[in-house]
Design a protein around this ligand. Structure first.
Ligand SMILES: [Zn+2]
Length: 173
């Protein structure tokens, strides 16, 4: 049984969207779903395309490089396993592969980006959370992986050390 921070991780064998993501992560590859009809990429696993509702899709490997689009600091652990982690950052990463492209069908002013949420961890130790003071919108990040067992891995994010995309912004504390 796959394990993370003392918790058992189970992905149902018929949950192809999550299973594919976790299995690729164990191979240290980041994959996302690509709609076979409109061609848009999506970062949250699911059956249907959120942009055109098509059920046809394929896996696409992506670079795992992106920018922190938003973040939050979790101050109350909802699971005992995270009790020693609070306060810890969760980031919404906008990946380089698909940024602000026009919405299929031409809805005026609407754009589509590829965003994924996850923990922000130390680049040299993905089992350790990143310090709260180092998190800011605009900081560049890269994907890192935690091996859960021989079959499954977990996608996490870490600061990449690249120059920030713009002056980093963080909420005043
Ligand atoms: Zn689509």
């Amino acid at each position: 049984m796959a394990e993370y921070k003392g918790m058992n991780i189970f992905v149902a064998p018929n949950d192809h969207e999550h299973l594919g993501l976790f299995k690729a992560a164990r191979q240290h590859k980041l994959v996302v779903q690509k709609c076979a009809d409109c061609g848009r990429l999506r970062g949250h696993p699911g059956r249907a395309c959120p942009f055109c509702t098509s059920l046809n899709w394929d896996w696409q490997e992506v670079s795992g490089k992106g920018t922190i689009y938003s973040y939050e600091i979790v101050t109350q652990a909802t699971r005992p396993a995270f009790r020693d982690w609070v306060p810890y950052p969760v980031v919404l990463v906008e990946l380089d592969e698909q940024r602000q492209v026009p919405w299929q069908g031409g809805l005026e002013g609407h754009t589509v980006s590829l965003r994924m949420a996850g923990n922000l961890v130390k680049a040299d130790n993905p089992l350790e959370r990143e310090d709260e003071e180092r998190v800011a919108i605009g900081q560049r990040v890269k994907v890192v992986f935690v091996d859960l067992d021989d079959e499954l891995g977990l996608v996490q994010w870490a600061l990449s050390g690249e120059p920030p995309e713009h002056t980093p912004w963080r909420a005043p504390v």
